[in-house]
Ligand binder design. Structure first.
Ligand code: HEC
Ligand code: HEC
Length: 224
């Protein structure tokens, strides 16, 4: 009896501090300790120097996140993101925490940020805040390293208009690409994969971001 009561009290104290300790909850602590919010936003909270992390666990695998945290410059040579030289345990916990972030924080923040901008800017805001930009780059110009992908990088999408109809584009963004073609068939699967956005975004949001991608194409001669 006594032992049970003590265990209950310890459990209650742990809950008061934010729940029993898990890798994810410890990772939240690491995030706070290193003040990641100085540069990153989750929901309504944080800065905008680095990408919004509200959807980071949807777009990036825990495996990729742990590697990114090990050496951001290995993926993006000129990155502003510091190498925090975390030990493997802290890095794993942080990756586990980031892996839980799949968009829920916008609910606490009173809705998605793209519902708060004028309709003409909605697609661009989704591109930025849902994090298409973290793989396809600013303005869809590409550039992120993707080992063993064809070309070694995530493709640019600024010219998608030349290769896809609007309908094809919407489908491509909705369904994603689960098994990308490998540059070396014997090598590992590329770590950055086009996510199936229909699991995270509503149909009208996918259409808005598709229209933004279409708007990126540089004007060609035929338009004149
Ligand atoms: C000085 C600003 C800065 C700080 C501090 C910082 N980051 Fe970053 N971070 C960036 C920038 C900028 C990028 C975008 C990569 C690029 O293109 O350079 C980035 C990218 C990322 C990415 C991958 C991109 C994505 O969203 O899909 C993750 C994950 C990340 N940071 C996590 C963290 C964590 C966790 C911390 C704290 C330990 C942290 N960052 C601290 C600036 C920062
Ligand atoms: C985790 C990285 C990642 C994120 C985030 C991401 N993509 Fe992709 N995307 C890819 C990769 C990799 C491909 C190439 C797919 C393949 O293997 O054919 C791709 C392909 C595409 C294509 C087809 C282009 C082509 O030439 O095949 C479009 C369009 C596209 N993405 C748009 C988007 C939009 C819009 C978003 C945000 C809602 C987004 N992507 C988010 C990685 C990403």
């Amino acid at each position: 009896m006594k032992h049970g009561a003590l265990a209950l009290a310890v459990f209650a104290a742990a809950c008061a501090k934010g729940g029993p300790s898990t890798p994810e909850s410890r990772g939240r602590g690491v995030y706070a300790t290193y003040d990641c919010k100085r540069c990153h936003r989750i929901g309504a909270e944080g800065g905008d120097t680095g990408p919004d992390l509200t959807f980071v666990g949807f777009r990036k695998s825990p495996e990729f996140l742990a590697l990114w945290l090990k050496d951001p410059a290995a993926w993006q040579p000129n990155t502003l993101m510091p190498n925090f030289k975390l030990n493997d345990e802290a890095r794993g916990q942080l990756a586990a925490h980031l892996g839980t972030l799949k968009g829920e924080a916008y609910r606490g923040a009173g809705g998605a940020p793209w519902d708060k901008v004028e309709p003409a800017k909605r697609g661009a805001e989704i591109y930025r805040r849902a994090g298409c930009v973290t793989c396809h780059g600013e303005g869809g110009k590409g550039g992120y390293t993707n080992l063993n992908a064809i070309g070694g990088k995530v493709p640019a999408v600024e010219k998608a208009r030349e290769g896809f109809s609007r309908e094809e584009l919407v489908k491509r963004i909705s369904d994603g690409v689960a098994h990308p073609v490998k540059a070396d068939p014997a090598g590992p699967e590329p770590l950055l994969k086009m996510p199936p956005w229909k699991e995270a975004l509503k149909a009208d949001e996918i259409e808005a971001v598709a229209d933004y991608v279409l708007s990126l194409a540089p004007a060609s001669k035929e338009d004149w």
